[in-house]
Design a protein around this ligand. Structure first.
Ligand SMILES: [Zn+2]
Length: 508
């Protein structure tokens, strides 16, 4: 059994050196630099090869066989179909998980003729200047400790965070709510380092109600729990919760299924009913953790998770959905695009063609230039907020008519009492847009969350709402994660239309 031999970070001594990394998920630390370089360049080459050999995205419009009645809030519908691609049976003899106990041997145990071990070092000399050149990983050693890769995460540093809270709409109460939420999340971590949407099964011992039903999606639950820590600047290297974050990252990388898909080495983190949702969220976690710590041990897992997103994209319509390479929906697209953005900010490889496809998908669900539907043109609240945030990250400017119109719509609609999915995306749109709309939105959103947070006892710091599919399937953990990230909006991402934003733009 894996659990009997793998070192469990939760059992680590408390007095460990802060800067010292255990091997755990950081198996790449043990790789010689030439091998690391070979691996990175091999992946680069594979990406290039995929771009070259993959059929171009058809220019025909996306045809959807039946046009369902547009539901306003169909997002986070976890219970659709399972992954059509059963990876356990179809992988090319790739290890089903990271071989954490034998890091160096892991790639050599793969019989796949295209595996890393068989690759000649020649790819090192491949000229990558034609594709994704802006995103080649930077030499970590050139960055001072404490700085993050990519300016989009700059607000998470201790000082920057304090400053951002009070200059952009946060207050002591919102920060206290974030602190209490992190405490609740930490108290509901499972002994294996991950989280479960049924939060009752761990140390909670069923003292909190409103458990989620999506119990087979551990990667999604773990990613949702880790995102608020990272958002508040807590990593496995620094902060009060570094042991928790490290154990969570370890859990995630352990769950990753590494496999070669269309010649591309991918790391699949989709799990259970969460499918590509869970993958997208987990990919964001790995990319952010890597960007914030420059931990080389995370670079490969983060890149592999991005590669899986690249592979999983619908080759026709450009979107993503529950299963891989199927026509997309706006909700799943939102998480994948945010993951690609996080990876791009971390100087990982994001092929421009993937971004072009994402834009194409958004075009296919947009109506009146400003509103977005789920799988067809429409104007759902949550889907419009998701679509708009994606467009902001894809380069639409503040004075773009589609942005202005969409902001008016969200502003008029206002925060929802229970739809955390809509609130999460709309709050980010408003924050990026700034101005009067944001001020008005923020006061209402912030104060309602501060008010609705549990104040006493074991449930202190958590939330449980009703209002979208996620609140039921993800339960209290989901609600707490979303609410916390909303209250971290002041520093979690730097404003897109701020002066440092240009350098993070996608390579289009
Ligand atoms: Zn509890």
């Amino acid at each position: 059994m894996r659990s009997s031999t793998v070192h469990n970070p939760m059992e680590a001594e408390q007095d460990e050196e802060p800067g010292e990394s255990r091997s755990s998920f950081l198996w790449l630390n043990a790789m010689p630099s030439w091998l690391m370089s070979t691996v990175v360049h091999f992946i680069l080459l594979l990406i290039l090869a995929l771009i070259t050999v993959a059929p171009p995205i058809a220019s025909a419009h996306l045809h959807i066989a039946s046009i369902p009645v547009l539901q306003d809030e169909p997002v986070l519908d976890f219970e659709e179909e399972r992954l059509p691609l059963d990876v356990s049976n179809t992988t090319l003899n790739s290890p089903s998980n990271f071989a954490i106990n034998s890091p160096i041997d892991a790639p050599e145990s793969v019989d796949d003729p295209t595996s890393i071990a068989d690759v000649d070092p020649a790819p090192i000399h491949v000229d990558t200047s034609d594709s994704g050149q802006e995103t080649v990983p930077r030499n970590d050693s050139t960055l001072p400790v404490g700085s993050y890769l990519g300016s989009g995460l700059d607000g998470r540093g201790e000082q920057a965070r304090k400053q951002a809270v009070f200059t952009s709409g946060g207050n002591d109460a919102s920060e206290a709510a974030v602190a209490a939420a992190l405490e609740w999340l930490a108290n509901h971590q499972m002994p294996d380092g991950g989280w479960n949407y049924d939060h009752r099964v761990g140390p909670c011992n069923a003292r909190c109600n409103h458990a989620g039903t999506l119990t087979d999606c551990r990667t999604g639950a773990t990613a949702q729990a880790l995102l608020p820590f990272l958002g508040a600047g807590q990593t496995h290297k620094t902060g009060k919760y570094k042991k928790n974050v490290e154990a969570g990252l370890y859990f995630l990388t352990q769950q990753m299924k590494v496999k070669t898909q269309m010649g591309l080495q991918c790391g699949d983190l989709a799990q259970g009913g969460g499918s590509m949702y869970s993958h997208g969220m987990a990919a964001i976690v790995l990319c952010e953790a890597y960007a914030m710590t420059h931990d080389k041990g995370l670079m490969m897992p983060a890149q592999l998770s991005l590669n899986h997103i690249v592979y999983a994209q619908d080759p026709v319509g450009g979107g993503w959905r529950y299963g891989v390479r199927t026509p997309g929906d706006t909700s799943v697209v939102g998480w994948q695009l945010m993951a690609l953005k996080s990876g791009h900010m971390a100087y990982l490889q994001v092929p421009p063609g993937t971004i072009v496809g994402a834009n194409k998908f958004l075009d296919s669900v947009m109506s009146d230039y400003a509103y977005y539907g789920y799988t067809d043109p429409g104007r759902g609240q949550a889907t419009t907020a998701i679509g708009m945030l994606c467009r902001m990250y894809l380069g639409w400017k503040k004075d773009h008519p589609g942005i202005e119109k969409g902001i008016e719509y969200l502003s008029k609609t206002g925060p929802s009492p229970g739809n955390m999915y809509y609130n999460y995306y709309a709050t980010q749109c408003m924050r990026h847009y700034e101005g009067e709309h944001w001020d008005k939105w923020n006061v209402k959103m912030r104060d309602s969350l501060v008010k609705s947070q549990e104040k006493d006892g074991h449930m202190k710091g958590s939330w449980a709402m009703k209002g979208d599919h996620g609140t039921e399937r993800g339960g209290r953990l989901y609600c707490t994660s979303m609410a916390t990230m909303i209250l971290e909006v002041y520093y979690r991402h730097m404003p897109i239309y701020g002066k440092n934003a240009a350098e993070d733009e996608f390579p289009l």
